[in-house]
Design a binder for this molecule. Structure first.
Ligand SMILES: Nc1ncnc2c1ncn2[C@@H]1O[C@H](COP(=O)(O)OP(=O)(O)OP(=O)(O)O)[C@@H](O)[C@H]1O
Ligand SMILES: [Mg+2]
Length: 460
């Protein structure tokens, strides 16, 4: 049978002390009684209690002082304060300061039992919450970001640097490269890790919805609209992750800039500024500099965000990370599906190494999850991989050696060149249209055309 809870009872009045002790003994609780604050402190220092029941008026001290001293040692200890009916104000103040509840003397045993039961639940929940927070923090420690390549080591360095300072950070990279993972690592390794990490996807919502989401809404009695807190306020004391920041409309950009500069926000429908203490971590898969050139992104906001920049290269440019990532996902999905860890055949590994992974790590993660589920044997073979991957590897066999990074990049360039030529042809050679069609900025289109040596015929 589980041990009954330990309760500390402190009262300078021996009669009350004995009475409370006898009530608690009836429920078989482990009770420790003290007549003085000093003795109580000794007990608190010596061992853990599940709750404390204390008198408010004690010689040379008050219940409030006692509670503060207890909480300095054990912040989650539920304290129930005993008081006379004329001292309700004092009791209410104790609750404001962190007491669990108060009971009017003479103590009613049933009321005492109910309060203690609630206090134990409350303590358990607080502890579980703390543990969850710690687990979460642990999950986003750097050792959960996998990568051996020199390029990924640079990402680790920059992430570690970003977690030590409070400047805004901007994470840049294609879809699925791990921008959110890095944003969480910055937050959970920083001195703000005790505060919230709040994410907003700026591309997922229409302008008016995004505004309400970011800044909140003021209550409006006339229209019956309830007040709502925005993400800026919700992130107070922590970090606000502005995902796909390049997709914000000009009017939202102006408001975000103001919130960053002034460190305050106004809810929609209100002119009362509210102070917020947040750190911004932004992410984008767009070329923000090009967006600034094209005047679709505010230069002043860009400079505010562009303080500490963390570029995460696409997976095809850090081929060395593929194998450790495969091992990581294999272990993860086998554990999740309660399977023994599988291995990967040489043929399957060749295919995995040679695929250009346009969806980056997310695509690799999904591929590994699927393979684990499809594979009943100990070894993952090409049959457990999607057909398009296997087809790409056949292409490769005819040309370059799949283990050579330079050759892989050559292949990717060839592929890119084909896609760009195709788009240019469809757009009658107009670079801006082709860029639009492929979802890249004109600037990066121009850069790629130059880099890949694409000739554009004069008459098109
Ligand atoms: N280096 C890495 N190590 C381990 N897991 C990774 C790594 N990079 C990415 N992942 C995993 O890949 C998935 C995609 O990562 P994430 O969501 O951070 O990418 P993203 O860049 O934010 O993508 P998007 O632009 O689509 O939002 C996640 O499940 C993440 O845990
Ligand atoms: Mg993301």
């Amino acid at each position: 049978m589980a041990e009954k809870e330990r309760i500390l009872v402190v009262d300078d009045d021996l009669n009350t002390l004995k009475m409370v002790e006898s009530f608690l003994a009836l429920k078989k609780y482990q009770v420790v009684t003290c007549l003085t604050f000093r003795d109580a402190m000794k007990e608190i220092d010596a061992g853990e209690f599940d709750a404390a029941v204390i008198d408010y008026f004690m010689p040379n001290t008050t219940g409030l002082e006692m509670m503060k001293a207890f909480h300095a040692t054990d912040p989650d200890l539920p304290v129930i304060v005993l008081t006379a009916s004329r001292d309700i104000k004092v009791a209410v103040n104790m609750i404001k300061e962190g007491a669990f509840n108060y009971l009017i003397k003479p103590v009613d045993p049933d009321e005492l039992y109910v309060n203690l039961d609630n206090a134990f639940v409350n303590r358990r929940l607080k502890r579980e919450n703390k543990k969850l927070k710690l687990d979460l923090k642990d999950r986003y420690k750097f050792d959960h970001i996998v990568g051996d390549s020199g390029r990924m080591r640079e990402v680790f360095d920059l992430t570690a640097r970003a977690s030590k300072v409070r400047s805004n950070a901007l994470i840049i990279g294609e879809t699925g490269v791990g921008k959110e993972l890095v944003a969480k690592a910055i937050h959970f390794n920083s001195d703000r890790c005790g505060g919230p990490f709040i994410g907003v996807n700026c591309s997922a919502l229409a302008e008016s919805l995004l505004e309400a989401e970011l800044f909140g809404i003021e209550k409006n009695v006339a229209t019956g609209v309830d007040a709502r807190m925005g993400k800026f306020e919700a992130a107070d004391g922590g970090s606000l992750f502005l995902d796909e920041v390049g997709d914000m409309s000009p009017s939202i950009q102006a408001k975000v800039l103001r919130a960053i500069q002034e460190r305050e926000v106004e809810r929609v429908g209100s002119h009362t500024p509210r102070k917020v203490n947040i750190r911004i971590i932004a992410a984008t898969n767009r070329d923000l500099e090009a967006a600034v050139d094209q005047e679709t992104f505010r230069k002043d906001l860009f400079y505010r965000l562009n303080v500490l920049v963390i570029p995460i290269p696409p997976l095809r440019l850090r081929k060395q990370d593929i194998s450790p990532l495969c091992d990581h996902f294999l272990a993860k999905f086998c554990a999740e599906n309660k399977m023994e860890v599988k291995n990967i055949s040489i043929e399957a590994a060749k295919i995995l190494m040679s695929h250009p992974w346009p969806g980056n790590v997310r695509e690799l993660e999904n591929t590994m999850e699927r393979a684990v589920i499809l594979c009943d044997e100990k070894t993952i073979t090409p049959t457990h991989l999607p057909d398009n991957l296997a087809a790409a590897s056949i292409l490769l066999e005819g040309g370059a050696d799949g283990d050579d990074c330079a050759d892989l990049e050559q292949m990717v360039s060839k592929f890119e060149k084909g896609v760009i030529l195709d788009a240019l042809e469809k757009c009658a050679g107009r670079q801006n249209k082709a860029a639009q069609m492929l979802g890249v900025s004109e600037r990066s289109m121009w850069y790629k055309i130059k880099k890949l040596g694409i000739q554009i015929s004069k008459d098109s």
